[in-house]
Design a protein around this ligand. Structure first.
Ligand code: PLP
Length: 399
């Protein structure tokens, strides 16, 4: 018998979390393999294909021999295309020298949290919010301070509540609008208020996760933090191609950094992934420079499904649901049904064949809610709602 071995990894790993959406996806796939009919409203990715001209650009890049490393911060042509795109969307002037190409939006938050997280530091993050924020904060040994995102506030963040949580120990503030998991969009007036209040905290960095910035509804314009000149020296912008161009599997994202932080981010790239896959970067150029009609078509399709899902949810016994203003998630309130959200999500998958994510997977303020991704066909959404309805009525009748 070989002796028992111990491989003591560093302490942070005992605190590193996960994204339960991937566990739910794995379980849903396992059930499907067993022959179960599962409708997946769990995973946060568009159910569309990447537009053909973008795929062709990657194929062409490979055929033309773009097989080697690129600069660690990304191809200059791609960084320039990002700057032009930001100018087009927001009339802002961003130097390509401050744009960093990274393998997916997640990598920007990874870098930013590594840069500011350490024991003794506080980092503020939205709750409910994308679970990786808290997981990475805990990994670094920093103290995670949740900023409650409230249903009664339309799932916008509150500037006053955020500002009230700041202390000299706060090193990084994370904001996200349009938001996962709630679909909330924070109004411009609230963002103005936050920016004004931040003047009192000049040494605080801000990470603005705007990955859903092109997915807003009812004519609502996305308000980027890039548009505030006074924020530029402390703002880290997170964006990318995953959601906008249905490119989650390509692993392509970008960040805009303050000049003072850029070299730290570039060095993290050199020390980890070296550069993003060259063909994917060529695809990224085609996405930004090519026709944008596929984006508009996808958002308009999501808009129809958003209404379908909210109308259906409101008809369920004991369920209420705010109309989401952005992204492709609804965050219905199930607290009146008496179910704990995670138990409900798990029973819906195992018994009703519908994969959704329990609100507490996005933070303690998510109790009572579940996240429904409407990145699925209208037929499947309607079928899933019928199944949830039948499940709740059956269970209510039994209990
Ligand atoms: N930020 C938010 C709020 C997200 O919901 C996601 C993905 O679900 C990401 C960032 C990460 O995106 P990517 O797949 O490009 O890493």
């Amino acid at each position: 018998m070989s002796p028992a071995i111990a491989l003591p990894v560093t302490a942070g790993f005992s605190r590193l979390g996960e994204e339960n959406a991937f566990a739910v996806l794995a379980r849903a796939t396992q059930l499907q393999r067993q022959g179960r009919d599962i409708i997946n409203l769990g995973i946060g990715q568009p159910d569309f294909q990447t537009p053909a001209h973008i795929v062709e650009a990657a194929v062409k890049a490979l055929r033309e021999g773009h097989h080697g490393y690129t600069p660690a911060n990304g191809l200059l042509a791609l960084r320039e295309a990002v700057a032009v795109d930001l100018a087009r969307r927001f009339a802002v002037d961003v130097s390509p020298e401050l744009v960093m190409i990274v393998p997916g939006g997640k990598v920007t938050m990874f870098m930013a949290i590594l840069m500011f997280g350490e024991p003794g530091a506080d980092i503020l993050y939205p709750d409910p919010g994308f679970p990786i924020y808290r997981s990475m904060i805990e990994f670094t040994g920093a103290r995670p301070i949740p900023v409650p995102i409230r249903e009664e506030n339309g799932f916008a963040f509150s500037a006053d509540e955020t500002l009230a949580l700041l202390t000299p120990a706060t090193r990084l503030l994370i904001v996200n609008s349009p938001a996962n998991p709630t679909g909330g969009v924070t109004p411009k007036a609230e963002i103005d208020r936050l920016v004004a209040g931040l003047a009192r905290w000049p040494n605080l960095a801000v990470l603005s996760d705007e990955i859903y910035g092109q997915m807003t509804y009812d004519g609502l314009a996305h308000q980027t933090l890039l548009a505030y000149p006074e924020m530029r020296d402390r703002l880290i912008l997170l964006d990318g191609w995953s959601k906008t161009y249905a490119m989650t599997g390509w692993r392509l994202g970008y960040s805009v950094w303050p000049a003072a932080l850029y070299d730290n981010a570039r060095k993290l790239a050199v020390n980890s992934f070296s550069c993003v896959n060259a063909a994917a970067q060529h695809a990224g150029i085609a996405a930004l420079q090519g026709p944008q009609d596929a984006v508009a078509a996808m958002v308009s399709e999501f808009d129809c499904r958003r209404k379908l899902v909210v109308e259906g949810l409101k008809r369920l016994p004991g369920v209420s649901c705010r109309m989401p203003k952005g992204a492709f998630y609804a965050f219905p309130n199930f607290s009146e049904t008496g179910w704990k959200a995670k138990a409900l999500a798990s029973s819906l998958l195992e018994e009703a064949g519908v994969a959704v994510i329990g609100g507490p997977d996005f933070g303690v303020f998510g109790e009572g809610f579940i996240r429904i991704s409407y990145a699925n066909s209208p037929d499947n959404i309607s079928k899933a709602l019928e199944r949830i309805d039948a499940f709740l009525r059956r269970r209510n009748a039994v209990e």
